[in-house]
Unconditional design. Structure first.
Length: 137
């Protein structure tokens, strides 16, 4: 946008300079000196517009490169997040499936009768609580 406006001003000024150069062939010395001074200032302004246009284009290219870099990093980050979420879902699904089949297998191998096997773990792995002695003063 800014580059287009600067380019338009540059072109307009260049056309004005060309018109003045073609019409500046007068023999009067004071008018020729003033016209030459005006042409010099206009040429300087024209060069400044050219530099600004070039700087704006370079800056625009740099911004486009940064936008492309940020977009690629954003895509790769999003891909990583989705990949992690998929792994979490697969692990959860695998653990649920494994738990289900282990439960079915344990029911087939040792059928439970009146809840005895569910209470057997208490006899196999007793929890011993140390008695706290009360000290007399």
């Amino acid at each position: 946008m800014a580059v287009a406006a600067l380019a338009q001003k540059h072109d307009e000024l260049q056309q004005q300079l060309q018109q003045k150069r073609s019409g500046a062939k007068t023999d009067e010395a004071p008018d020729a000196a003033a016209a030459l001074l005006h042409l010099s200032k206009s040429t300087k302004t024209l060069v400044e517009y050219g530099k600004r246009i070039q700087e704006e284009r370079e800056l625009s290219e740099i911004y486009h490169e940064w936008v492309a870099l940020v977009d690629s990093r954003l895509r790769s980050s999003l891909y990583g997040v989705l990949q992690c979420a998929l792994w979490i879902l697969l692990i959860c699904l695998g653990s649920l499936t494994g738990t289900h089949y282990i439960g079915r297998l344990s029911k087939k191998l040792a059928p439970e009768k009146n809840g005895i096997s569910s209470r057997c773990w208490c006899r196999r792995a007793p929890i011993r609580i140390p008695r706290l002695k009360q000290f007399k003063r």
